[in-house]
Design a protein around this ligand. Structure first.
Ligand SMILES: [Cu+2]
Length: 391
């Protein structure tokens, strides 16, 4: 390792990129860790409505040190911002599409009026580039939910178009049964970065070609599936045009095969830490916005599974591994009764790798803040391991 590399990876240690006990308890690590969770989106009160603004554009995201991918990011972050409201609130979301592609937003688990459900060509027209759409619904039911794009979901969801939607209840049965001060949101996803690169590059190519053709007056809306108005699209359909979801343009062999796995848009060693203290209970909201099953296992503890798809379970369920299938949310309570540093990870070991290399992917740590100083040394390790990131 040369000096430049040492400086770089040494600095990562300070930022908490490696699981050294002393680093994990450093002030800088804790401060940096705040940015590894979705941030609540501020709203404006407009009469009885809570009004949120969400936009979308193509962006870039660092999954792990030096590993960047192009993303489709709500408000420039992956995951998108957290929408946090109270049960019964009237919610208005102004969605602006600045991405050059079509999108919609689906409110997963929310009992919205059907016209607000975000399914293109079923409940609404896709929100085309440059357009905006206003979603309005009443926040029901209580619990941990999420939102995601419903256009080209195979690409758009694994490109980052998802975010948490938490509906709080002042009379929260979980808080009563398991008093907690701190809570954490973890959103899981899986990415075939080669698929993403090819798809997004070809989209960018098409966008370039499109603007060139537009400039020279030779643009064909049907060929590019880009329409300026609903009327223009309906005219085309009447003339025999088929929207792309009716056309099987992809052979099964071309389907993505995820090789990067993220929690809150990050792969280990950039994944978030869950801080806890002895005697404390924390609530963790697990959301699977990806395509894979994640068999999440906590070391050294059982946890209490308290909500399934946001709904409080009649009987909390004590366990240490839970299968979080695509589209599912679970809330778990972890009680701090075994001081230490413990991993919480996908037990399908393919998913604790970055492109096949362990450790990586869906691997994170539960970290006790009250770990005594004498336990924060791991003995004689004179080097910081460089996490291998191959292509
Ligand atoms: Cu989309």
């Amino acid at each position: 390792m040369n000096r430049k590399e040492f400086m770089k990876y040494g600095a990562m240690g300070v930022a908490g990129m490696v699981m050294f006990p002393a680093d994990l308890l450093a002030k800088e690590t804790k401060a940096a860790n705040e940015n590894r969770f979705p941030k609540p989106l501020p709203f404006t009160k407009k009469g009885e409505w809570k009004e949120f603004e969400i936009s979308i554009r193509i962006n870039e995201q660092e999954l792990a040190p030096d590993m960047k991918i192009h993303t489709l990011a709500f408000n420039d972050t992956v995951p998108g911002p957290e929408l946090r409201v109270k049960q019964g609130d009237k919610v208005r979301v102004i969605f602006k599409n600045n991405s050059g592609l079509n999108h919609t937003i689906h409110w997963h688990g929310i009992h919205v009026p059907w016209r607000m459900d975000g399914v293109p060509y079923v409940t609404q027209m896709p929100v085309m580039s440059g357009q905006e759409f206003i979603y309005e619904f009443v926040a029901e039911p209580y619990g941990t939910h999420f939102y995601h794009c419903h256009w080209g979901t195979l690409l758009h969801m694994q490109s980052g178009m998802f975010g948490s939607l938490i509906i709080e209840n002042d009379d929260d049965p979980i808080r009563k049964a398991f008093p907690y001060e701190r809570e954490y949101t973890l959103i899981y996803s899986a990415h075939d970065v080669n698929f993403l690169r090819n798809e997004i590059n070809s989209m960018l190519e098409r966008m370039k070609e499109r603007s060139y053709l537009m400039k020279t007056g030779r643009f064909n809306a049907e060929r590019f599936n880009v329409f300026n108005t609903k009327e223009q699209l309906l005219d085309s359909i009447a003339n025999g045009y088929q929207p792309p979801y009716l056309v099987n343009r992809r052979a099964p062999a071309d389907l993505p095969d995820p090789n990067w796995f993220t929690v809150n848009g990050k792969s280990y060693p950039s994944t978030p830490y869950l801080y806890i203290k002895t005697g404390e209970s924390i609530r963790v909201r697990l959301i699977n916005a990806g395509t894979e099953n994640h068999h999440l296992h906590l070391h050294g503890h059982d946890f209490w599974m308290v909500c399934d798809d946001g709904l409080p379970l009649p009987q909390p369920w004590q366990r240490n591994t839970v299968s979080l299938t695509p589209g599912k949310t679970y809330d778990i309570i972890i009680k701090g009764d075994n001081r230490g540093i413990w991993t919480f990870h996908d037990h399908d070991t393919r998913r604790v790798t970055n492109n096949g290399l362990y450790p990586g992917g869906n691997l994170l740590a539960l970290v006790y803040e009250d770990l005594p100083k004498e336990e924060t040394s791991v003995g004689k390790m004179g080097y910081l391991p460089k996490i291998a990131l191959d292509e």
